[in-house]
Design a protein around this ligand. Structure first.
Ligand code: HEM
Length: 452
């Protein structure tokens, strides 16, 4: 008998209290999701906070496609990100939906076009070199904090365009704030208090004010800068952008988008770089091939493959979330309005029919395979696809290139580092411990550290 399509239902999933699933999902995301899939199949429902009717996980690329190509009026992403409201502010592209989202997205997109990336190369290289130059030789070194420092510096200079003495003030204000924000306890506090009450806490207001007191005057000053049109940093480009009605972004909108770019782009890239190092030192052949390619100045075919494979196997964001605004039919279920549908990046990337031997790190699989729109989704998809994808890939390649060009990395037979959850992204649990074997002479001349 045919199913009655007027009856809403979600696919089955594990029973038990919401708190139990939240903890397991947050703590053990990758292994927990694999266990649930093994038991319930490709489509399952988890009880997690928010989303009336549960979180419906999708792992079949056909279902992922349905979400990514679905009507943005039905598939909202903004609600799912509301936990970030106190930090990002209400204008953030991450928190908006429908027409307001589209407006902000159109304003933000042009500076992130792939063609513009070469203009950031010298700056990225120099920042990486300055950090690497300090690394001790022959001793274990946790790469992750260094990757964090490099990507923060890149955002402050390439995106915010801040230089000179103000850089130190901004760095300390941001480090303090980001340290708090990415702390799972903070996320729990926001979930318990709600975004509005959390924002009113004195300590939170003080920390946000410390950042705003630097950013807002910087935005106002930059707006008046005589060299605005010649500057290459992203804030300067955004200041000149106008929407279809000829309106530029207000200072407050710009502040919120800068915080968004920082939060979305800093830790994600640092963690992806850390995973790349963690994988490479356990795969001597892949590392050797990368070193040869970089040092011989060949085209970056293998580097591309290494980055794609790292983002496939170790996706720092393991899911994307859409809250549905009307009943939707997916995977043979009529999912009720208010539930969340969740393309699961991690499990899509582990499908054996797309990626044979899916748990293995094999960059060579990308030599004769191009990333599919719905099968390689580390940057999500559709109208919400990561705005900084080209920037992030370019940054990963530039920094990794600088590391393997100027350093010999010692390989290891130690087991892989377990995944550790931070508030926003997944990171190697041992902070990507490496040993730098030997420093090699710089293969390329010193480069000026400005945004071209
Ligand atoms: C390897 C590094 C990165 C990864 C893995 C990553 C991943 C993601 C993912 C999964 C999403 C959600 C997409 C969706 O909902 O379908 C996203 C959104 C976004 N990302 Fe990234 N990201 C990275 C780096 C960056 C960088 C460097 C920037 C900017 C400097 C950036 C800016 C954004 C923005 C603004 C959005 C929101 C887009 C929207 O809602 O329209 N990301 N990113």
């Amino acid at each position: 008998m045919a199913a009655d399509r007027s009856i809403t239902s979600v696919p089955p999933g594990p029973r038990g209290p919401l708190l139990w699933h939240s903890i397991r999902f947050n703590r053990y995301a990758w292994s927990y999701l694999a266990k649930v899939q093994a038991k319930f199949g490709d489509t399952f429902t988890l009880k997690l906070p928010g989303g009336k009717g549960g979180w419906v996980f999708l792992t079949d690329p056909a279902h992922v496609k349905q979400v990514f190509t679905g009507d943005p009026k039905v598939f909202h992403a903004g609600e799912g990100n509301s936990i970030l409201l106190p930090l990002l502010g209400k204008h953030s592209v991450l928190l908006l939906d429908e027409a307001p989202h589209l407006r902000q997205r159109k304003l933000l997109l042009p500076p992130f076009h792939g063609k513009r990336m070469a203009g950031y190369e010298d700056l990225m290289r120099q920042i990486a070199r300055d950090t690497i130059a300090e690394w001790p030789v022959g001793e274990p070194l946790r790469a992750w904090p260094h990757m964090q420092a490099i990507t923060l510096e890149i955002i402050m200079r390439a995106v915010f365009g801040v230089e000179g003495a103000k850089l130190n003030d901004l760095r300390s204000a941001l480090e303090y704030l980001l340290g708090e924000v990415t702390n799972p306890r903070t996320m729990l506090l926001i979930a318990l208090l709600g975004e509005r009450r959390f924002s009113r806490l004195k300590s939170v207001r003080r920390r946000l004010a410390a950042v705003d007191d630097i950013l807002l005057p910087e935005i106002a000053r930059r707006r008046e800068a005589s060299d605005l049109a010649e500057r290459g940093d992203i804030l300067s480009l955004l200041l000149q952008a106008t929407d279809e009605d000829g309106r530029p972004m207000s200072d407050r909108e710009l502040r919120d988008e800068l915080m968004t770019l920082l939060v979305a782009g800093h830790e994600t890239t640092a963690n992806s770089l850390s995973w790349a190092l963690e994988r490479l030192i356990r795969h001597p052949d892949a590392l050797q091939r990368l070193q040869d390619e970089v040092r011989e100045g060949e085209t970056d075919v293998w580097m591309d493959a290494v980055c794609r494979e790292t983002l496939r196997l170790c996706p720092v964001i393991s899911i994307v979330v859409r809250e549905i605004q009307e009943d939707v039919e997916i995977a043979g279920h009529r999912i009720p309005k208010g539930a969340r549908v969740v393309p699961c990046i991690h499990l899509v990337h582990r499908r054996p029919e797309i990626y044979p031997d899916p748990d293995a790190f094999k960059p060579e699989r990308w030599l004769d395979q191009t990333p599919g729109t719905y099968t390689w989704i580390p940057f999500g998809g559709g109208v919400r696809r990561c705005l900084g994808a080209s920037f992030a890939l370019f940054e990963m390649k530039t920094i990794l290139g600088e590391i393997v060009r100027s350093m010999d990395l010692q390989t290891t037979t130690a087991p892989g580092e377990p995944m550790r959850s931070r508030a926003i992204a997944r990171t190697p649990g041992g902070q990507a411990e490496i040993v730098v074997g030997r420093r090699t002479a710089p293969a390329t001349p010193e480069v000026p550290a400005t945004v071209g």
